[in-house]
Design a binder for this molecule. Structure first.
Ligand SMILES: Cc1cc2nc3c(=O)[nH]c(=O)nc-3n(C[C@H](O)[C@H](O)[C@H](O)COP(=O)(O)OP(=O)(O)OC[C@H]3O[C@@H](n4cnc5c(N)ncnc54)[C@H](O)[C@@H]3O)c2cc1C
Ligand code: SF4
Length: 563
């Protein structure tokens, strides 16, 4: 039997949003690239078993059965989890970790990672967000600024296909967008009402990885127009939204330079002391537990923020007894996330003669207006607010039975407006993850311990957001306004960041301005682990831009024989 090839130009660990981008860029540049993915294979179209099912064709008509919830009390909290999507999330029992403080670690272990189930929000960071922590005294500066990534954002947006409008707002810069979806009448009402009442509150269409009007590059990927079905998390039969399974991985495959190995759990990165470089990775076969080693000249670590950190912590050697590249002792530290605890909604009268069209898979955004340039609140950091208008149905259906119940369900009720926050949190040394001293996962790898919590700044931000949301809904004319702090644990935001942060100074950071480990430059970490601060925008498009930028730098450095 022929032996599998174990030697490549590049290895990419993880096949999700960032790993897919690393694979695409490296393969396009001619590097023989091995993608190692711990989960099963998922092929576009073929492996979307529920994509075309109507609710009545699902075993429980779309309701999540008690047995599934009881077996998965943690992962079933994730947005969009249900009997139609559970196959794209891990099972709680299979992947244990230890919560020193409550932390809901939401994962999707398969080819495509969480790119299959993500919400697809794709706003750019503002120039301000890169410098705010240092300028306003609550953190460390990034080693790069907006100008370093602006062209890479454009590069990514063009390939992914991001819809949105050009709003000309500094707090949420414009990009190369496809046409936005339409506002419904309640959203337009909110936009106008807030514009009248405030000078600094802008309701705009969000930016979403949704093909509202595909361009040639998207058709070449085999993807087509989004049909506004809003069933994206099942996998899209039209390729209407971006995932690595529908886009970057097949594109990389077409170059002939890609090898994907699913069911390959990366245990650690190997370090060659004589050369002062990483030489490859150690991998455990998910089915047989057999151990294999693969070699490459460069390694991209894209296993998602906490798993990338775990792999580096587990990559010990004489030179790096505390984890690869961990000279400063900051590996696993400065983990942060997005604060999603607060939401509000209210009923809006006066639009009963209007309805909406289709099932819009996007939402509007109320652009951050807090602490822009200078601090103007009793907390640091900013918040983005997602918002939208909806029309209810079957108002008093619950009190009816049989035919009258059905009739009530068919009747539109009043319009409503909702808002929820996505707040910046401050990376802190104490908010950390580490390896457990004794407990192992089913592959014999030390379990991750999460020790990450909220602080007073987060509480102050929540209080301000709730006050502002109530005031804005009232300004829009809503009645019966309800708002709440759901006290959810960190992690459920699914925007965990940090652990292997970028920075100028190797004494306080792990990665340089090109996402290379300061101490091991042929290892690149370009997923959320690299984030120096969290900003208030949805982060994944930045991971993609940083990955594309780092991959192109790696190729140049290889050509210069610097790696
Ligand atoms: C419901 C939901 C909604 C979201 N909405 C948004 C949104 O609107 N906007 C936004 O920006 N982000 C959103 N996110 C977050 C987004 O999905 C993540 O930020 C993004 O997927 C991170 O990309 P990644 O490449 O780092 O990780 P992933 O996409 O998670 O990919 C990591 C891959 O690495 C693999 N892996 C892990 N460990 C190993 C190992 N040891 N060996 C080999 N392989 C390994 C995993 O199996 C996985 O396939 C959402 C996520 C979810 C679940
Ligand atoms: S809303 Fe668009 S992208 Fe989502 S499943 Fe439907 S067609 Fe696909």
């Amino acid at each position: 039997m022929p032996q599998p090839n174990t030697s490549y130009d590049a290895i990419v660990i993880g096949s999700g949003i960032s790993g897919g981008w690393a694979a695409k860029e490296l393969c396009e540049k001619g590097l023989k690239t091995l993608v190692l993915e711990r989960g099963r294979n998922v092929e576009h179209l073929k492996d979307y078993p529920t994509a075309l099912l109507a609710p009545w064709e699902l075993p429980h008509k779309g309701a999540t059965p008690r047995a599934l919830l009881d077996a998965n009390p943690l992962i079933s909290k994730a947005a969009g989890y249900g009997e139609d999507t559970a196959h794209f999330f891990v099972k709680d029992a299979d992947h244990p970790y230890e919560q020193e403080k409550p932390f809901d670690w939401i994962r999707g272990y398969q080819v495509g990672g969480k790119s299959l189930t993500w919400g697809r929000a794709c706003q750019r960071w503002s120039p301000h967000e890169f410098v705010a922590p240092e300028r306003l005294g609550y953190g460390m500066n990034w080693p790069i600024g907006y100008d370093d990534v602006a062209d890479w954002y454009t590069h990514v947006e063009r390939f992914v296909g991001v819809c949105g409008a050009a709003d000309g707002l500094e707090a949420m810069p414009d990009g190369d967008f496809l046409p936005p979806f339409d506002f419904n009448c309640a959203e337009l009402h909110l936009r106008v009402a807030l514009r009248r009442r405030y000078r600094d509150r802008h309701v705009v269409q969000g930016r979403w990885a949704q093909l509202s009007e595909p361009r040639e590059i998207h058709l070449q990927q085999g993807r087509g127009t989004c049909q506004a079905r809003n069933l994206c998390m099942r996998g899209c039969p039209y390729g209407g939204y971006f995932s690595s399974v529908s886009s970057t991985l097949p594109w990389a495959q077409k170059t002939g330079n890609l090898t994907i190995r699913p069911d390959s759990v990366v245990h650690s990165i190997l370090y060659d002391e004589a050369k002062g470089k990483a030489s490859g990775v150690r991998v455990i076969d998910a089915h047989t537990q057999a151990i294999n080693e693969y070699r490459a000249r460069i390694i991209f670590v894209n296993a998602s923020a906490l798993n990338s950190t775990l792999i580096l912590l587990n990559s010990t050697s004489r030179r790096f007894p505390n984890g690869l590249g961990n000279d400063a002792g900051v590996l696993g530290r400065y983990v942060a996330f997005h604060n999603y605890r607060a939401s509000a909604h209210g009923t809006l009268d006066g639009l009963e003669d209007r309805y909406f069209y289709g099932r819009n898979p996007t939402e509007c955004i109320l652009v951050n207006f807090r602490n822009l340039g200078k601090q103007d609140a009793d907390f640091v950091g900013g918040y983005t607010t997602f918002t939208g208008g909806y029309r209810t149905r079957g108002v008093d259906a619950a009190t009816r039975l049989g035919g009258t119940y059905k009739d009530a369900q068919a009747q539109p009720g009043p319009w409503g407006l909702y808002m929820y926050m996505q707040g910046e949190t401050v990376p802190k040394y104490d908010n950390h993850v580490r390896l457990h001293d004794t407990l192992k996962d089913p592959f014999g790898i030390p379990r991750l311990v999460t020790s990450v919590g909220y602080d007073d700044n987060d509480e102050a931000m929540i209080r301000d957001w709730l006050t502002q949301a109530n005031e804005m809904l009232a300004a829009a004319g809503c009645r019966d306004i309800e708002s709440r702090d759901n006290h959810q644990a960190p992690g459920l935001d699914i925007h965990e960041m940090g652990g292997c942060r970028m920075g100028r100074d190797p004494k306080t950071s792990m990665l340089n301005a090109w996402n290379q480990l300061h101490a091991v430059p042929n290892v690149f970490v370009t997923d959320g682990a690299c984030m120096t601060s969290t900003g208030n925008q949805s982060p994944s498009i930045l991971y993609m831009a940083l990955t594309a930028r780092a991959a192109n730098h790696a190729v140049e450095e290889l050509a210069r024989q610097n790696l």
